[in-house]
Each structure stands twice: as structure tokens, then as C-alpha cells.
Design a protein around this ligand. Structure first.
Ligand code: ZN
Length: 248
């Protein structure tokens, strides 16, 4: 079923990968917008005026509790990478990856062994005080989150993980990438409906310059712009590609 994709992947030396929530649902991480996704679950949380408020910077400044309760769940979850995460780590070992650009904040690419990762919506690994901008890392604030406490800086400001909220700009590393894209001979889009800008727009722009493969359960508005489109389970795709030894 994935023969054409396998042929393309095998001959590519500089694959730019773009991943969204769909690559991590197999790890038990909720995606955002599907029927049983995070926002649907949060719509039952009466503390929140609307589900997306959990990632709204203005709301967070007034009431950081819902976000830290979600953060606690994520940090406690100990999710394991999927075969699809592992496939990308294997391709990197084979020197075939130019970059994995991910919208996910779950750190599962690194857990699988990928090193060339750019988290365009940030992650929990680092954090900053909202008031004095002091830098913290995950170990500085993790225990307080696990103990249901809001992590505060010595100055009294809230320590906010460096995850991009609505109303915040993306990490500067993302804009450096847009201005100076890596050499790319294949764009591989995994588990994204290409709806969240500006990252999806960049992936799409790159996809229109070289051969491209999209694997996502649901159709996207941009399927026509992609060379090979599969509306299939990502794990089935990953297992198929991994079954080949990938040595070209
Ligand atoms: Zn501070």
C-alpha cells in the first residue's frame, strides 16, 4: 500500500518532517480538535470560559490553575513514543533527516532518539517567569506542578513553561528556520491536518517545492498540493516502512 512512499523515502537524503498531534495519539496523548480530543474534554470543565482559554496567555495570567492541572496530567503520563516516532529516529541514524519540525509539546521525538527536532510550539523543557523573565528548566518547577502548586518565581511572577500560547509569538528558532530553510529533497507530513498557522503554512510551502508525502487519518484542505496522500493509520504506515531495512 505504501510502496511509492517507501521508494521515495529510501532515495531521499534530506527529509524535512512535519508532525502534528496525530503522531502522538498512539501514545495516549489527546489531540486537540477531534471528537474525543482535549478541547472536547475541556468543554466539560466549568472553570474555563471556553476550552481554548487553557492556552490563552491573558486567561493564564488571571487563572493559571487549569493549565497547570493539564500540565500535571501530561508530566505524570510517562507516554512512550510510537513506531512512527521511532521511524523518524531510525531515518536520522541513516543520515536522511534534515529536520523534524513538530507542533507537539510532548517531547516524544526526543524520547524516541531524534535529535534534529524543532518544537515550533515550544515544550515543557524550559520555562520563564512572566514578570522578570528569569529562565527555568523543567526540573526547577516540575515537582511543584506534580504537587498541585502553581510554580512562582522569587519575584512573585508565575513561571510559565515555554509553550506557545494563543496571543504569543512562536519561538525565534522557528522564524530562523523560515528565513533559512534547510536543504530538502522530500517533505514528510505526519499526523497533521495542516490547520494551525504559521507552522503548517511553512510545511506546505516547502512541500510544493519538492516531492511530498502526507499521512493523516482525515483529509486536509491541502491534499491536492501533496504528491502522495494516505488517509491511513500512522502506525500502519510506520510499521510498513520500518519492515524494510531502509539501507539504500
Ligand atoms: Zn520572576
Amino acid at each position: 500500500m505504501f510502496d511509492k512512499a517507501l521508494t521515495l523515502i529510501k532515495k531521499s537524503k534530506n527529509i524535512l518532517v512535519f508532525t502534528g498531534a496525530g503522531i502522538s495519539t498512539g501514545s495516549g496523548i489527546l489531540d486537540f480538535r477531534s471528537e474525543n480530543g482535549l478541547y472536547s474534554l475541556l468543554s466539560k470543565n466549568t472553570d474555563l470560559p471556553y476550552p481554548e482559554a487553557i492556552f490563552d496567555i491573558q486567561y493564564f495570567k488571571k487563572n493559571p490553575k487549569p493549565f497547570f492541572s493539564l500540565a500535571k496530567n501530561m508530566l505524570e503520563q510517562h507516554a512512550k513514543p510510537t513506531n512512527c516516532h521511532k521511524l523518524l529516529a531510525e531515518l536520522e541514524k541513516n543520515n536522511q533527516i534534515s529536520l523534524v519540525l513538530t507542533q507537539n509539546i510532548d517531547m516524544l521525538h526526543q524520547a524516541a532518539g531524534s535529535k534534529k527536532v524543532l518544537e515550533c510550539h515550544g515544550s515543557f523543557m524550559s520555562a520563564h517567569c512572566l514578570d522578570c523573565h528569569s529562565a527555568y528548566n523543567l526540573n526547577d518547577y516540575k515537582q511543584r506542578v506534580l504537587n498541585d502548586l502553581i510554580p512562582y518565581c522569587n519575584c512573585g511572577g508565575i513561571i510559565k513553561p515555554d509553550i506557545t500560547f494563543f496571543g504569543e509569538s512562536l519561538p525565534s528558532a522557528f522564524y530562523d528556520l523560515v528565513n533559512n530553510p534547510p536543504e530538502t529533497d522530500l517533505v514528510l507530513i505526519l499526523g497533521s491536518s495542516l490547520n494551525v498557522q504559521p507552522a503548517a503554512g511553512f510545511a506546505l510551502e516547502m512541500a510544493m517545492k519538492v516531492p511530498s508525502i502526507l499521512v493523516n487519518l482525515a483529509a486536509t484542505p491541502y491534499d491536492n498540493a501533496i504528491s502522495l496522500v494516505y488517509h491511513e493509520d500512522l502506525e500502519v504506515f510506520a510499521e510498513y516502512i520500518l519492515r524494510d531495512n531502509l539501507i539504500t
